[in-house]
Design a protein around this ligand. Structure first.
Ligand code: ZN
Length: 240
């Protein structure tokens, strides 16, 4: 999500009534209206955390990991539990390369799950169990599906013992093409401690959008490196 988009979302969020906010939730990644959450890390080190949502994906995750390896970058992958079950070997390769895996729900449901803390708790716990099988440990961080936060999301996070994490800047590559111009703009907006949101997964088997992510990722990483940033996992960023 760009700053412009974020501010538009923010204005829209403020404009709607409190009642409908409770019914749907907050999209603005920096507004924690219904509970605690993290959208950036400390600015003490010149580092950013790259995050990738919705994988693992059989056609894209390994290719994204190759680009990251070429740039000496480690990242955090917010995995969908159902995909993690299907492509556990891809996830293990990410772990072996030093990346971090976290919880992006089991079903990635943006309907009924979002309005019931109990349903969402069950879904998050199911993803935790898959993560334990793959990584040997429970995840600490939970990125809600499509970034929506409402009372059910925060309550479910609390019950499962996870911290809600959104982002500082989003590529919005789940919705539109990541162009060179937008990749460079993202790099220019980054600040020490920024959490950047991108996607490695896709609901489709083949995605033109993901090809654009892959094409522009080297440009994004190169420009961030030119600006002096290192690329760390979310845990490293937040423990700095
Ligand atoms: Zn997602």
């Amino acid at each position: 999500m760009s700053l412009l988009d974020a501010s538009l979302f923010g204005a829209a969020s403020v404009a709607v009534s409190a009642a409908s906010l409770v019914a749907t939730g907050v999209f603005h990644p920096r507004v924690m209206l219904f509970g605690p959450g993290i959208w950036r890390g400390p600015s003490r080190q010149n580092a950013v955390a790259l995050t990738f949502d919705d994988g693992p994906h059989p056609h894209y995750t390994a290719r994204i990991a190759e680009v990251l390896a070429r740039h000496g970058a480690r990242a955090t992958f917010f995995c969908i539990g159902r995909e993690l079950e299907r492509y556990a070997s891809l996830a293990r390769e990410l772990l072996d390369a030093g990346h971090q895996l976290e919880n992006h729900t089991y079903r990635h449901d943006t309907g009924r799950d979002l309005f019931s803390a109990s349903r969402l708790e069950g879904d998050l716990e199911r993803c935790q169990q898959v993560l334990v099988q793959v990584t040997g440990a429970r995840a600490r961080y939970y990125r809600p599906a499509v970034g929506i936060r409402n009372p059910a999301v925060h309550e479910a996070a609390r019950r499962v013992g996870m911290t809600v994490v959104t982002w500082t800047l989003a590529a919005r590559d789940g919705a539109r093409r990541l162009t060179p111009k937008r990749a460079l703009a993202l790099a220019e907006r980054a600040r020490p401690g920024s959490i950047l949101a991108l996607h490695d997964g896709s609901p489709r088997e083949r995605s033109p959008l993901r090809e654009h992510t892959l094409q522009q990722l080297p440009l994004l990483l190169s420009r961030l490196r030119e600006r002096g940033f290192s690329f760390v996992t979310l845990s490293e960023l937040l423990s700095a």
